[in-house]
Design a protein around this ligand. Structure first.
Ligand code: OOG
Ligand code: MG
Length: 254
């Protein structure tokens, strides 16, 4: 089964060819079914669901990955890397990092909320870095493949500054800088995320609701990379600076 194949690829650090190369009819719906099976494998291994991530919500990411539709995946507590901590390349195949906006949900949300309705359920907004690591050779995938592979999810780091949405001015246009070893590598804005990262939150709720699920209180939501991702190298010091939301950083180890 495909979920097991993806799990094995991660465990053994051996990337696999995309499924659509040999099964051109592998569909997006089937991709989400595989993702659900993969979630069950993660849970059975002792991980707990901690939230959700959106993907392909900015032009920068769509152009980098040649995929043009927003997608979503799950996050678990085991993927969490402490702010200021270390991420080991031991368990990854071809890890990259990208800056994201994070939401912490205060209330459960479902259905088709408006932007104000969605914001009213957000407890706090913060800065985040997402570590992605495709289980496919050279990140070569199509939409159903990447969805099956939990949208390349691997890790995430949350900043320590969390602010109430009512206190976050211009959430739809906050400057973002992604640095490696003190050098700016990527520049962006929260505006890159569907024009407003809250739209990404709304899109997630709709996608979950369409599958009979809801966005539970307590969940973390990553709104999607605001810039293209950069590759992680041994010894790198990665830092994201977010206007109004502070900085978030970690170090890469072999
Ligand atoms: C897919 C993951 C996309 C984002 O923020 O757009 C994603 C990939 O780039 O491999 O996490
Ligand atoms: Mg991402």
């Amino acid at each position: 089964m495909k979920a097991q194949t993806l799990w094995q690829a991660q465990q053994t650090k051996k990337a696999i060819p995309r499924f659509t190369a040999t099964e051109p009819n592998f569909s997006l719906r089937q991709g989400y079914e595989v993702q659900k099976d993969l979630l069950m494998i993660h849970l059975a291994s002792g991980a707990h669901l901690s939230g959700w991530k959106m993907g392909m919500t900015s032009l920068a990411k769509m152009q980098q990955m040649k995929i043009d539709a927003p997608i979503h995946g799950f996050l678990t507590d085991k993927m969490k890397v402490e702010e200021g901590g270390e991420f080991s390349l031991k368990s990854s195949i071809q890890a990259k990092v990208e800056p994201e906006i994070a939401f912490l949900m205060g209330k459960t949300l479902k259905g088709n909320p408006s932007i104000p309705e969605a914001l009213a359920c957000v407890e706090a907004v913060g800065a985040a870095l997402e570590i992605i690591d495709s289980r496919y050779l050279q990140y070569d995938f199509q939409l159903p493949d990447v969805v099956a592979d939990n949208c390349s999810s691997s890790g995430y780091v949350l900043g320590s500054k969390w602010i109430k949405p009512s206190q976050c001015r211009d959430l739809n246009n906050l400057g973002i800088i992604l640095e490696q070893n003190g050098k700016p590598m990527q520049f962006g804005s929260s505006a890159a995320i569907l024009g407003d990262p809250v739209r990404s939150l709304v899109a997630l709720v709709k996608l979950l609701s369409a599958r009979g699920e809801k966005l539970e209180a307590g969940a973390v939501v990553l709104a999607g990379g605001a810039t293209a991702a950069i590759s992680l190298e041994d010894g790198a010091h990665i830092r994201g600076q977010f206007q109004g939301l502070g900085a978030v950083e970690f170090r890469v180890r072999a």
